[in-house]
Design a protein around this ligand. Sequence first.
Ligand SMILES: [Zn+2]
Length: 220
Amino acid sequence: MKFILVFLTTSCLAAQPLRVQLVTGGHDHEPSIYALFDNQAGFHTNVKPHPQAFAADFRRNTDVLVLYDMVKTGLAEDKRARLRDFAQAGKGIVILHHAICSHTDWPWWFEEVSGGVYNEKSTFLHGQTMPVKIKKEHPITKGLRDFVINDETYQHLWISPKVDVLLTTTDPTSDGPVAWISPYSKSRVVFIQLGHGPEAHRNPNYQRLVQQAILWAGGR
Ligand SMILES: [Zn+2]
């Protein structure tokens, strides 16, 4: 009986949805992105724009930070400190699409945490029909097969040689890697370059990718 109670208690704890903080702001986007976060059994999402998202210590109420914002430069030092504290606390960070354009003036962030950055040398192209190849078997790519998506491509990013690439494309307007695990060891960080507009947001492969990335980043 005691064993059953213990088992039930741990089962209930394990079933607690992850607390996701989705950060927006600094870049236009279409509302189709929000459907990815709605009505998910594994996680519950709160949306906050930057810089308010980093105005207070959010380690206690957040398991996974999902960045869909863009702050190219100049994030204030106190807000940088909160982002750094969160990363160092062993939490989860999912960086989506234009959030890779953030913090071009913060080398620690892009060299160690995000594993890449869209800088002044980088270029973009909208509306590409691109093949996406699963490069690595991983909980984030589980159940997915190579797919085609209509999305924006980025090229000439700076990418750390230490990233672990999950997805690639042969689209000639892309660098190739379109999703990777960062080398950062203190928390689980994943970057997914896909996700500009409704064509991507409504693609079931993209939805599964983002949802599995959140669960993985949260340690599930
Ligand atoms: Zn975009």
